[in-house]
Design a protein around this ligand. Structure first.
Ligand code: NDP
Length: 245
């Protein structure tokens, strides 16, 4: 596991957006950031799931989150621009963004990849990430030190049979991260990607239905890297893909 022990309230006064905050790793990251003092903005597709994590954060007495219900499959450039301006108006800056939401699509032989699934996976996992980053960077640059974190995968640096569109989308995610990191190298914005490693979540269960999830790391166990990249301790780290496990 990535070795980092955060200090209490290390994310105090930070506003952090988490995409895919309703489930799995994103849900745990939002809760962990709130526990460490951040105000979290919860973005996801299913409103009830966002309301559930919102309630959990409020019931525990942490800073009241904001909710942004958005389906990355249908969202337009204008939706992201509007979202960024709402965040700028409400919070004055954005200190961190964890781009965690993604879709697996279908695992199939390469010859049978369905055209629509290809387009959907690329739309959600690549194009949406690009449009969201482009819209949010001006608001991230309003913070003293901002952190943009993408989510890759083991199949984002080595292709794997049957994982076609998802694997290609994660290669693109790492490429996008590197391009933005290099371009903003001299700025207050750092840009990195996390490879979570095998983690017990609904997506993992869909990818490996026969696997015993109890033998995998939990989302809670992989949080040290997620916190490190949002805390000021990672201020000088940019352009990297880091393994959470
Ligand atoms: P989950 O399926 O549990 O969570 C994915 C999240 O993404 C959900 O909150 C989901 O929202 C959201 N999402 C999916 N499609 C859309 C969409 N069109 N618009 C908005 N939100 C959407 O997966 P994990 O927690 O496992 O995955 C988190 C990240 O980690 C992903 O990027 C994944 O690729 C990556 N990863 C995970 C690994 C693992 O072992 N778990 C290993 C390697 C990488 P909703 O629930 O509302 O559908």
């Amino acid at each position: 596991m990535f070795n980092y022990t955060p200090s209490e309230n290390c994310l105090q006064n930070k506003t952090i957006l988490v995409t895919g905050a309703g489930s799995g790793i994103g849900r745990q990251a939002a809760l962990t950031y709130a526990t460490l003092g951040a105000t979290v903005i919860l973005l996801g597709k299913t409103v009830e799931k966002l309301e559930s994590i919102y309630d959990e954060i409020v019931e525990n007495g942490y800073a009241e989150p904001a909710i942004i219900p958005l389906d990355l499959k249908g969202a337009t450039k204008q939706n992201y621009i509007d979202m960024a301006s709402t965040i700028a108006n409400q919070f004055g800056k954005l200190d961190g963004a964890l781009f965690n939401a993604s879709m697996l699509g279908e695992l199939t032989p390469y010859s049978q990849i369905h055209e629509q699934i290809w387009h959907d996976v690329i739309r959600v996992n690549v194009t949406a990430q690009h449009l969201m980053a482009q819209a949010l960077i001006p608001t991230l640059l309003l913070a003293d030190n901002a952190s943009l974190v993408f989510t890759s995968s083991g199949v984002g640096s080595k292709g794997r049979a049957f994982w076609g569109p998802y694997s290609v989308s994660k290669f693109a995610t790492e490429g996008l991260m590197q391009v933005i990191a290099d371009e903003y190298d001299e700025s207050t914005l750092r840009v990195n990607a996390i490879n979570p490693g095998a983690t017990a979540t609904p997506m993992r269960a869909r990818a490996y239905p026969a696997e015993n999830q109890e033998k995998l790391s939990t989302a809670e166990q992989i949080m040290p890297l997620y916190v490190y990249l949002m805390s000021d301790d990672s201020k000088s780290v940019t352009g990297k893909v880091l393994n959470a496990q």
